[in-house]
Design a protein around this ligand. Sequence first.
Ligand code: ATR
Length: 278
Amino acid sequence: MNHPDHYAVFGNPIKHSKSPRIHSLFAAQTGQDINYQAQEVPAENFEAAVSAFFAQGGKGLNCTVPLKELAWAYANQKTERAQLAKAVNTLALQADGTVLGDNTDGCGLVTDLTTNHGISLNGTNILILGAGGASRGIIAPILAQQPARIVIANRTVDKALQLACEFQQLGAVSGCGFDALAGQQFGLILNATSASLSDQLPPLPDGLLATHGTCYDLAYGNTPTAFVRWGIAHGAAKSLDGLGMLVEQAAEAFFIWRGVRPATAPVIALLDGERNPQ
Ligand code: ATR
């Protein structure tokens, strides 16, 4: 008798994670026999929990806040994009018993923007709000699309400058504080701050978004986030949240583990239809 292969997402908190649902939808759709659980893992237990998971036959893990940097340190080998991000959201057991670390967040975002929403990043002026872990994961995949430039704006200016410095060799990227944004205009504004989680917004000047511009919040919720509402109020052609990115980063992880690419559109549509219950 064949047993399902075991996968899990580790995080803290993890109760509201949509990942088990997404991966079971992918598995049903592609006929893959897998079991995927969510497990609350505090940072101090991370190494022991990961080692136990793989020792008990687990095949792959997703790691989310606040464990992505620890997962990066844990992985025996890392993909180039994970190396650059200094954060890992996907661990995959290899045939030789070692563990590969990847970061599928940035490519999930780029796929959602370009494939799902038809938004070209090539030649676009892009503003990233925030200079934490979420920003770090998306910069290299965005630069690979050859935007005109990326500006990283952050409350703590030094962190924006430092992050820009780390990615400078890959393209035009600079850092600043929010007050330096006055008079500038961007075709795409990405919110990678954690402000959305408390329904707050960084201070943003009027005129920041170009005509026909796009706003995208890496966070998502059952109702529009503060930044999605800001985009709508400031005339965005599209003001999107991160549900599509969540499903796309999961699809990329599923592909790494199973070698099969699930169709994401029906899963995004299903999850989208389940929110905003009126
Ligand atoms: P994550 O891994 O989600 O990126 P993080 O590394 O703690 O989390 O980074 C959170 C980001 O959101 C930071 O850029 C933070 O700004 P600081 O570096 O100045 O702390 C930003 N942030 C959080 N709350 C914010 C708020 N209310 N206004 C503006 N920026 C905020």
